[in-house]
Design a protein around this ligand. Structure first.
Ligand SMILES: *[C@@H]1O[C@H](CO)[C@@H](O)[C@H](O)[C@H]1NC(C)=O
Ligand SMILES: *[C@@H]1O[C@H](CO)[C@@H](O)[C@H](O)[C@H]1NC(C)=O
Ligand SMILES: *[C@@H]1O[C@H](CO)[C@@H](O)[C@H](O)[C@H]1NC(C)=O
Ligand SMILES: *[C@@H]1O[C@H](CO)[C@@H](O)[C@H](O)[C@H]1NC(C)=O
Ligand SMILES: *[C@@H]1O[C@H](CO)[C@@H](O)[C@H](O)[C@H]1NC(C)=O
Ligand SMILES: *[C@@H]1O[C@H](CO)[C@@H](O)[C@H](O)[C@H]1NC(C)=O
Ligand SMILES: *[C@@H]1O[C@H](CO)[C@@H](O)[C@H](O)[C@H]1NC(C)=O
Ligand SMILES: *[C@@H]1O[C@H](CO)[C@@H](O)[C@H](O)[C@H]1NC(C)=O
Ligand SMILES: *[C@@H]1O[C@H](CO)[C@@H](O)[C@H](O)[C@H]1NC(C)=O
Ligand SMILES: *[C@@H]1O[C@H](CO)[C@@H](O)[C@H](O)[C@H]1NC(C)=O
Ligand SMILES: *[C@@H]1O[C@H](CO)[C@@H](O)[C@H](O)[C@H]1NC(C)=O
Ligand SMILES: *[C@@H]1O[C@H](CO)[C@@H](O)[C@H](O)[C@H]1NC(C)=O
Length: 594
């Protein structure tokens, strides 16, 4: 072996301190060598022969991972180690492939990042953490989740639930991916096996539910979880997507879509000023619900030009695998009319929410002023009338998860009453209580290992009601701090779990009908909270369009509510009557609904 001169030895030592190169450590042999041997990481047996690893240089990654603006991230390039590892659960003979993206050593900031998916898909992109100097990963979940949605896999055949896929999608696959990913991360970068790897999760919609699933069941693994509009309370949430159609069916009236759009627009216009500023945004849907009467819209005229449009489906939809219905082309004639009391009765019943036949509340609903997308009817050229359209988001849940039939939607709602919807919710809640429901309200493990939870929800979300998030927050508060005064409980909770409602925002994004604010740097906020101990007191958001475009708004943490005092600033107020309008019990079920 050649002896270095003293000068080059100094250079070499400096070089080792500064840079282990990617090509040095990003090899199959290296990854095989750092795989835990069978039996040491409980629940994992590795298949070393199929390990893959190769350096990727100067790649542009398309996806920021979360639901935030990707424009700045897109401009960057990253070099990373592209890794794929396969394991089986001992004795099970299944195959789970996990892929990881490990940033080049000089960019690594001792972080691990997990991004959520959406619809019935887990994220298949492992590169979301690169912009944060974080290693990150994605999992095939044992059911080929890179190529199929969970919806495609939930049944092995009619009447037979695929429980392995259900638990893996529900929470297990991501927890395992993270646990293993952090283990490999430490070895890859030469950290001790007890060193801190700051671990983050970020997602919205089902991604938000996935985040909550990790907080609830893998709490010790995560330091910071950002959960947007989580699709938790899965059974109630999915059956809710059938509710609007059921209202129309029960009332025997299928409103023209333009009439419902007019009702929404007129509600926004009427309620916008109630929050103290006329900016096109209903920042206080609670005041709108308390003080605005929908029937005042009766008689207002509407017009929508005829369209022939291609629809990609609405809101919370399945993830585009072979089972998803895909796009449909629909024709709508000119709609020129005035809002009738029948139109308003449909909208009112939808906003009131599902009650059983004895009048007991079964579920909450979308906030007034939210779009009524699930209620959209379709034009029939045959009968020249508006007809029933059951959103497949809800219909496919009922056929596959409740009826256990391999079909993509309910064909009709004949014989379906409100009690039927309650039964479907009850069946779904009980059947999937420990897999998909995702409402465990005791987060002690997460809390006591120092975890921080940032939970947000568009107040005018027309897919997952924002009150759904409020109800979960209230459940956590009462289960964990039920013996404290409400001030003391709030003080405890906000030290690690904060909920923000985003005025006017829709489902995991801004709302074309209400030009309001949206958070764009949640990860910065979270990193500061976790790594620097800077607890947020407000949520930083930016208005993206309209007369106040580019305005920064620092939003109020729930349960405080905004009230503009002039056109430039707002206070965060404590309004008991408003609060009550967000507080629900669900006596239609015998079990507690968290
Ligand atoms: C670990 O277990 C897997 C699955 O049983 C097996 O294929 C693999 O060879 C085992 N690894 C070692 C090093 O024995
Ligand atoms: C990556 O980009 C850097 C900076 O532009 C350049 O020096 C380097 O050669 C590139 N690497 C590869 C493999 O293209
Ligand atoms: C990363 O590795 C996987 C599996 O080895 C491969 O399919 C994929 O194309 C690689 N990614 C890139 C960006 O090369
Ligand atoms: C469900 O039906 C589709 C065709 O409609 C078929 O391709 C698929 O294999 C079926 N899946 C199961 C699990 O039966
Ligand atoms: C509702 O408002 C939106 C935009 O503010 C507009 O595009 C749409 O045409 C309106 N719909 C009706 C029925 O007035
Ligand atoms: C809608 O109907 C009203 C009354 O019949 C008529 O005055 C108006 O011109 C119509 N508007 C359009 C755009 O067709
Ligand atoms: C329904 O009728 C309209 C207007 O006549 C036509 O443009 C459209 O293609 C028809 N749609 C279907 C599905 O037949
Ligand atoms: C599953 O059930 C659906 C709905 O009843 C039916 O159309 C389909 O043929 C069944 N599939 C099999 C494989 O029996
Ligand atoms: C509330 O209950 C918790 C756990 O049961 C206990 O540690 C705490 O001291 C109680 N606080 C009060 C104010 O009773
Ligand atoms: C809010 O975020 C913007 C960037 O989106 C940043 O420029 C600004 O400093 C932040 N404000 C606060 C108070 O954190
Ligand atoms: C918001 O910022 C964009 C880009 O900087 C600018 O083009 C636009 O005019 C601004 N809008 C308002 C209302 O200030
Ligand atoms: C706020 O803006 C509205 C118009 O949007 C205007 O009528 C009102 O005078 C403004 N109030 C103040 C205090 O500037």
């Amino acid at each position: 072996m050649q002896c270095p001169t003293s000068i080059s030895a100094v250079v070499a030592i400096a070089a080792i301190a500064n840079a282990v190169s990617l090509s040095d450590i990003c090899t199959v042999t290296k990854i095989q060598s750092i795989l835990p041997s069978n039996g040491t990481l409980l629940g994992f047996d590795f298949i070393p022969s199929v390990v893959m690893a190769s350096p990727i240089y100067n790649a542009t990654t398309g996806m920021a991972g979360g639901m935030e603006s990707t424009t700045t991230a897109n401009a960057q390039t990253y070099s990373y180690c592209n890794i794929s590892v396969t394991y089986t659960h001992p004795g099970k003979d299944d195959t789970v492939t996990v892929k990881y993206a490990f940033p080049e050593p000089s960019k690594f900031k001792k972080r691990f990042y997990v991004s959520g998916g959406g619809g019935y898909s887990l994220s298949s992109d492992a590169s979301g953490g690169l912009q944060y100097g974080a290693a990150s990963g994605a999992t095939s979940a044992g059911y080929d989740a890179f190529d199929y949605t969970y919806m495609d896999k939930v049944l092995t055949g009619n009447g037979s639930i695929n429980w392995d896929a259900t638990y893996m999608f529900g929470f297990q696959a991501l927890g395992e991916m993270t646990l293993l990913g952090k283990t490999l991360t430490r070895s890859f970068y030469g950290m001790s096996n007890t060193s801190k790897v700051y671990t983050y999760f970020e997602g919205c919609s089902d991604g938000g539910r996935e985040g909550m699933s990790q907080v609830q069941r893998w709490g010790e693994e995560y330091d910071g979880v950002i959960a947007g509009a989580p699709a938790l309370r899965f059974a109630q949430q999915q059956v809710l997507h059938v509710f609007s159609s059921a209202v129309e069916h029960r009332q025997g009236y299928y409103p023209p879509p333009c009439a419902l759009n007019k009702i929404v627009n007129a509600t926004i216009e009427a309620c916008d000023p109630l929050d103290g500023r006329t900016d096109g945004v209903v920042s206080r849907t609670d005041l709108c619900q308390l003080h605005f009467n929908l029937s005042s819209i009766v008689g207002e005229s509407y017009y929508c030009a005829d369209t022939s449009s291609t629809s990609l489906g609405f809101g919370y939809s399945s993830g585009g695998g072979p089972s998803s219905a895909g796009s449909t082309t629909s024709y709508e004639p000119d709609q020129n009319g005035t809002v009738t009391s029948k139109d308003v009765a449909v909208a009112q019943a939808i906003y009131d929410g599902l009650h059983d036949s004895s009048g007991q509340r079964a579920y909450l609903s979308w906030q007034i002023a939210s779009e009524l997308g699930d209620a959209a009817t379709v034009w029939s050229n045959t009968t020249n009338s508006w007809t029933l359209s059951i959103p497949s988001t809800g219909g496919e849940y009922v056929t596959r998860f409740i009826q256990l039939l391999n079909t993509t939607n309910l064909s009709d709602l004949d014989g379906v009453t409100y009690d039927t919807l309650v039964d479907w919710m009850n069946t779904g809640m009980i059947r999937y209580l420990d897999s998909l429901q995702t409402t465990l309200p005791d987060l002690t493990t997460f809390r006591s290992s120092g975890g921080k939870l940032l939970h947000y929800h568009g107040e005018s979300d027309p897919s997952i009601p924002s009150a759904s998030s409020v109800h979960y927050w209230q459940s956590v508060r009462s289960i964990m701090y039920g013996n404290l005064t409400s001030d003391a409980a709030l003080a405890e909770l906000e030290s690690w779990y904060q909920l923000y409602l985003i005025p006017g925002a829709a489902h995991c994004g801004t709302n074309s009908l209400q030009p309001g604010p949206y958070p764009e740097n949640n990860m910065n906020t979270m990193i500061d909270w976790v790594e620097n101990g800077v607890k947020p007191t407000r949520l930083n958001t930016t208005v993206s369009s309209g007369p106040y475009a580019n305005e920064t708004q620092l939003l109020c943490p729930w349960p405080l509510r905004p009230m503009w005092t002039d056109n430039a600033t707002f206070d965060c107020v404590d309004d008991e009557q408003s609060m009550e309008s967000w507080t629900y019990t669900f006596p239609a079920f015998n079990l507690p609904v968290y």
